[in-house]
Design a protein around this ligand. Structure first.
Ligand SMILES: C[S@@+](CC[C@H](N)C(=O)[O-])C[C@H]1O[C@@H](n2cnc3c(N)ncnc32)[C@H](O)[C@@H]1O
Length: 242
């Protein structure tokens, strides 16, 4: 596909992720290249992905699936449902275009997070980024994360209720959060930590979102299964996760 044809194809899609397809052609994502780079570095910087298998839950355009492959993951399975099936977002078609244009080929499966574990064998690393608060019933899905994760789950979420020390989350029955009727919950850090611990993650580390203007309302979690070696955990501690 020549550059002009690719630019026209890119213009025909809605993009959540900014993805460098080839020199001079980047998808115009709602998440700008700077946001993508900051999130990718915060999440993957402390992680040696070489040779690992990765399950991306709620992959949308596949920005983080492709980043995992670029960083040496041996196998990546990208999954999604809501935006992939959505007639306006057409997220699966955009994902397929990004894969074709980059030449990076993650596996892909239409899968709603509520269907997990969906018969999947555990993956070394699971990504659950920006999905928690979109689920009306997130608690069983977090429990399933423990079943599909062999070593490490990276979870990123909107947060609320920071004034409460006890595990709590705020319910948004309407469009209270970003005018988005698909955003239901604002958990606080003690709640996310407790759910991950109940799901079988024996070490749970958190850091705020890397962008200062986003950090007050979003957190990132690195949750480790008992089989995760100390050598996998320590770089996160060294990077300030606690
Ligand atoms: C904010 S996007 C996050 C995309 C990507 N993981 C990231 O962090 O950039 C939310 C993702 O959750 C998925 N999702 C799963 N269940 C959903 C639901 N019930 N409502 C809305 N989105 C849902 C969407 O398809 C979308 O891929």
């Amino acid at each position: 596909m020549d550059d002009e044809t690719l630019r026209a194809a890119v213009a025909g899609h809605h993009w959540f992720h900014s993805i460098a397809l080839r020199p001079g052609i980047v998808t115009p994502g709602v998440k700008t290249p700077d946001i993508m780079a900051a999130e990718e570095e915060a999440l993957f910087g402390p992680l040696a992905l070489g040779g690992l298998s990765v399950l991306d839950i709620g992959a949308w355009n596949g920005g983080f699936s492709l980043a995992a492959l670029r960083r040496g993951a041996a196998r990546v399975l990208a999954t999604d449902s809501f935006t992939w099936d959505h007639p306006w977002f057409r997220g699966r078609a955009a994902f397929d275009l990004a894969c074709a244009a980059t030449g990076l080929v993650p596996e892909a499966r239409r899968l709603d997070p509520t269907e997990l574990p969906a018969g999947l064998e555990p993956f070394d690393v699971t990504l659950f980024l920006g999905v928690f608060y979109h689920l009306r019933d997130p608690i069983p899905v977090v429990a399933a994360l423990g079943e599909v994760t062999r070593l490490l789950c990276l979870l990123e979420t909107h947060e609320d209720a920071a004034e409460h020390e006890r595990p709590a989350m705020v319910f948004y029955p309407g469009r209270e959060l970003a005018d988005d009727p698909t955003s239901w919950w604002g958990p606080n850090p003690p709640l996310v930590r407790a759910l991950l611990a109940q799901a079988g993650f024996d070490r749970v580390l958190r850091r705020p979102h890397p962008l200062p203007d986003v950090a007050p309302s979003r957190g990132m979690y690195a949750a480790f299964r008992p089989d995760a070696p100390v050598a996998m955990v320590q770089p996160f501690r060294d990077a300030g996760w606690s």
